[in-house]
Design a protein around this ligand. Structure first.
Ligand code: SAM
Length: 179
């Protein structure tokens, strides 16, 4: 299954950390790509550095100024467009049917999203009907759609690899990984 995230809206400077974290969650939770608007180049560099160090350097960040164009393109390519919003249907009632899709575009907002998105999306899905955050909503949705398997994924071409440790911090470095 190919899954990408589209984040609509960005409040300059104020949103930098949230934007960076949305991209990091998309990467760590199994997306191949994130589309974002109005973001600072430094955010892209931060995420690229994480991907270089921790793997999957082919994770893509694309800057887009026309969200509708991205939605139309994914729909045309057969994707289901899922808008995460507290006004949507309960995720657990819809997730089963989504697990068999070949392509999904997950849309999240940085602030109030255009009304039109509610109609263009194939499904408006809620991660609970209380307001919280796009980072949390994205993580929970991706974990449910991939049934938790995304957390077992190995990220190739990494400089560092964590050796899971109950009580300390263990890291393997590239020179050791290539032995
Ligand atoms: N009241 C706003 C709204 O229209 O949803 C909340 C905006 S919130 C700061 C930013 C984004 O977080 C939303 O656009 C949505 O994608 C996501 N979000 C927040 N709460 C959510 C929930 N309960 N379920 C799904 N997505 C949620």
């Amino acid at each position: 299954m190919e899954v990408a995230t589209l984040r609509i809206g960005h409040r300059l400077v104020r949103d930098d950390r949230v934007t960076t974290h949305s991209a990091l969650v998309a990467r760590a939770f199994g997306c191949s790509k994130i589309y974002m608007s109005d973001v600072d180049e430094s955010i892209i560099r931060t995420v690229e550095k994480v991907a270089t160090n921790w793997g999957q350097s082919d994770f893509l960040i694309e800057i887009c100024d026309d969200w509708k164009k991205i939605v139309r393109m994914w729909k045309k390519n057969g994707a289901k467009v899922i808008h995460l919003t507290m006004y949507g249907m309960n995720v657990d009632n819809m997730i089963e049917s989504l697990r068999t899709e070949a392509k999904i575009l997950v849309v999240i907002g940085a602030k109030k999203v255009p009304r039109e998105l509610f109609e263009i999306a194939d499904m408006n899905i809620a991660i609970g009907n209380q307001p919280h955050s796009e980072i949390a909503a994205l993580a929970v949705f991706l974990d449910k759609v991939f049934s938790g398997n995304e957390l077992k994924k190995e990220f190739g071409m990494a400089n560092y690899k964590i050796i899971p440790d109950l009580r300390g911090k263990s890291i393997e470095y590239k020179s050791d990984l290539n032995k």
